[in-house]
Design a protein around this ligand. Structure first.
Ligand code: G6P
Length: 365
């Protein structure tokens, strides 16, 4: 059946708005009370020494966030690659490696080829997919459904947050299996995850504020996105969303890399979007923002009220999200990344759901 826009102007707007619901469905499917109920075909992460994560585009950025989570919470080393690089590199695998493939469509040619390369060389093939009858799902030992429902907009939104939610649950299972999280700790993190639908609904109320900032971003030729730690992949995703649908050149950088190149681009005409919830690294981020502002750069701070206060004067624009537990911050901050791109594209009058030159599913090399 044809999927309707349900009163929204674009599929992308509808899919952004659906996120509290679909993320709630992921939690219903994979979390039962204080326990994880994700069927991973009997995988015990205590017997795993490494994950090799492979994906393309937005799914790759979900994997990049997962790297921070698995390393931090489960002390499990992660290799991660874009599929087009991975498949031709003939990468060797260490023993006890799991291959993890992330794909909304389950049909991306490079990701499928990377999976086929890995089959038989890794202990097990696990995939995170949205389409259960897809090639990647069929060729995996374990296919974890991300429960996003049909995603029509070429620019991926709800699949990203559902992939992230699945990865967060998996990383917590790994932490528990490997003895880095006891039952009480696990229950506390699962309670954090359960805050997501409510916090995401709250985050969606920044829509109007985002529209005003987007009207200004639409005048820029280049936009820089910065993030640190688990927010670095969100900077990459924010830049990708913006370039995909508004055609504005955007680059995502790790905040600390600013001084190694991108700061040369900073001037009055190049806005810098800083994705920075209040966390242990926030004062480092403040000094990065000051470096930008000292050069006449305009900072759009995407953060929470506490961080905005600590950031002080000089910030050009700010978006305040609700404060959230650290684990779920990258999931929550996907919403401003998506909304900034969406409203900038609307301000520019581009084709939001069908951006030029892009395809929803890339089944050719
Ligand atoms: C295309 C889409 C992106 C998507 C990427 C990976 O480039 O336009 O939105 O992130 O493919 O797709 P997949 O279906 O493998 O997640």
């Amino acid at each position: 059946a044809r999927i309707e826009k349900g009163g929204y102007k674009h599929y992308m707007a509808k899919e952004i708005a659906q996120q509290p619901t679909v993320v709630g469905e992921v939690l219903n499917a994979y979390v039962k009370d204080d326990r994880i109920a994700m069927n991973l075909g009997g995988i015990d992460f205590a017997d795993v020494d490494r994950l090799s994560i492979v994906a393309c585009g937005t799914a790759y950025y979900a994997g990049l966030v997962a790297k921070y989570w698995f390393e931090h919470y489960a002390r499990l080393p992660i290799d991660i690659d874009v599929a087009s690089e991975f498949r031709y590199r003939e990468a060797p695998f260490a023993p006890k490696t799991l291959g993890v493939f992330v794909s909304q469509s389950g049909e991306t040619a490079d990701t499928l080829a990377a999976l086929r390369y890995s089959a038989g060389k890794v202990d097990k093939i696990v995939s995170l997919i949205n389409v259960p009858e897809s090639s990647i799902a069929r060729e995996s030992d374990v296919a974890v459904e991300i429960h996003a429902g049909p995603e029509v907009s070429v620019a991926s939104t709800k699949a990203f947050t559902c992939q992230l939610t699945c990865f967060a649950i998996m990383a917590l299972k790994a932490a528990h299996d490997r003895g880095h999280l006891d039952d009480t700790g696990l229950a506390a993190h699962l309670a954090d995850l359960r805050q997501l639908p409510g916090l995401m609904s709250h985050a969606l109320t920044i829509d109007t504020a985002t529209k005003e900032i987007a009207a200004k971003l639409a005048e820029a030729r280049d936009v820089l996105f910065l993030g640190r730690g688990q927010m670095f992949p969100l900077a990459l995703e924010g830049a990708l969303k913006l370039k995909e649908i508004s055609y504005i050149h955007a680059e995502g950088y790790a905040s600390g890399e600013l001084k190694h190149g991108p700061i040369a681009l900073v001037d009055k005409a190049t806005p810098t979007v800083v994705m920075a919830p209040h966390d242990g690294l926030f004062d480092k981020t403040v000094s990065n923002m000051q470096e930008v502002m000292a050069r006449g750069g305009r900072v759009v701070l995407v953060s929470d009220a506490r961080a905005a206060k600590e950031a002080g004067d000089g910030v050009w624009q700010s978006l305040a999200l609700p404060e959230a537990p650290e684990l779920i911050q990258p999931i929550l901050y996907a919403i401003p990344a998506q909304l900034l791109a969406y409203h900038t594209a609307i301000a520019k009058g581009t084709d939001v759901d069908q951006p030029r030159n892009l395809a929803k599913s890339v089944t050719v090399e």
